[in-house]
Design a binder for this molecule. Structure first.
Ligand SMILES: NC(=O)c1ccc[n+]([C@@H]2O[C@H](COP(=O)([O-])OP(=O)(O)OC[C@H]3O[C@@H](n4cnc5c(N)ncnc54)[C@H](OP(=O)(O)O)[C@@H]3O)[C@@H](O)[C@H]2O)c1
Length: 255
């Protein structure tokens, strides 16, 4: 018999940045576990393609809602669109984010704002507006996708690391504020993963240098995030809030 804990049937989820990369894998994971899913990104064509593929693979209802999650009005419209379609929101995964390295000497105000707006303001505003709907039902589950770099530091990652550390702090504060409304808020902290964007890099001298520092001596396969997100999204953790879950091959142990 399969465990009832990880069955997401009857639940609905929003995944920002669900059209690509790790967010797409998370969307598959939730739909495979029975959830209906709303994917959010700025590019409707990508959303339509991925929604159709996930629906075909899982049979779940999957919709794509275009919104820029750095814009308050677009987030509100997105939440209304999801409510109109699904009637409830059980799970919010704040995943949309950017990475990148820049020495602080070269960090422009525009670049700093781009990191802060997408990686931090976006999750704050999405939580705020989805949280209104969750609070009405006294039930909700928010997962903020932070990073290994919320805990460790590396040269040239000041902006990225600051946003991801702040996102963990926001996670803990929001968990405290909303516990009385039965809204759980936790953070997922992925380490290095092999994605189409960085696949070539792992064979280079720089990539091998990073891998040599990871205790498990390899980067992750994006599929290895799927069980972690199912666990966080499920009712297997109904007494867990304000925590961070690292999926990083032990990298956060050594910095
Ligand atoms: N990849 C890794 O190894 C890794 C490791 C640790 C943590 N993370 C974190 O995991 C998350 C996903 O990373 P990823 O590498 O999978 O990203 P990705 O492949 O670059 O995908 C980013 C997603 O976010 C969407 N997006 C970007 N800007 C947006 C905006 N303003 N409004 C709405 N959607 C927007 C993109 O679609 P559009 O461009 O069409 O909007 C896309 O769907 C990020 O928070 C990242 O920091 C990743």
């Amino acid at each position: 018999m399969t465990s009832p804990y990880f069955n997401l049937s009857g639940k609905t989820a929003i995944i920002t940045g669900g059209s690509k990369g790790l967010g797409e894998q998370m969307a598959y994971a939730l739909a495979e576990s029975g959830a209906d899913v709303a994917l959010v990104s700025r590019t409707q064509a990508d959303l339509d393609t991925v929604s159709a593929a996930i629906h075909a693979a899982t049979g779940r209802r999957v919709i794509g809602v275009a919104a820029n999650v750095t814009k308050d009005a677009e987030i509100q419209a997105m939440v209304q669109a999801v409510m109109a379609e699904f009637g409830r929101i059980d799970i919010l995964i704040n995943n949309a984010g950017i990475g990148g390295t820049t020495p602080v000497h070269d960090l422009s105000e525009e670049e700093w704002d781009r990191f802060m707006n997408l990686n931090l303001k976006g999750p704050v505003l999405c939580s705020k507006h989805v949280g209104v709907e969750m609070a009405k039902r006294k039930q909700g589950n928010i997962i903020n996708v932070s990073s290994l770099f919320s805990k460790i530091v590396a040269r040239y990652m000041a902006a990225y690391g600051a946003t991801k550390a702040a996102l963990v702090s926001f996670t803990r504060t929001l968990a405290l504020e909303w516990a009385r409304d039965n809204i759980r808020v936790n953070a997922l902290c992925p380490g290095y993963f092999d994605t189409p964007m960085n696949h070539e890099f792992w064979g280079t001298k720089g990539g091998k240098g990073i891998i040599s520092k990871i205790p498990m001596q390899r980067v992750g396969d994006p599929k290895e995030l799927k069980p972690a997100i199912i666990f966080l999204a499920s009712d297997a953790n109904t007494f867990m809030t304000g925590t961070t879950l690292f999926v990083d091959g032990g990298h956060s142990l050594v910095g």
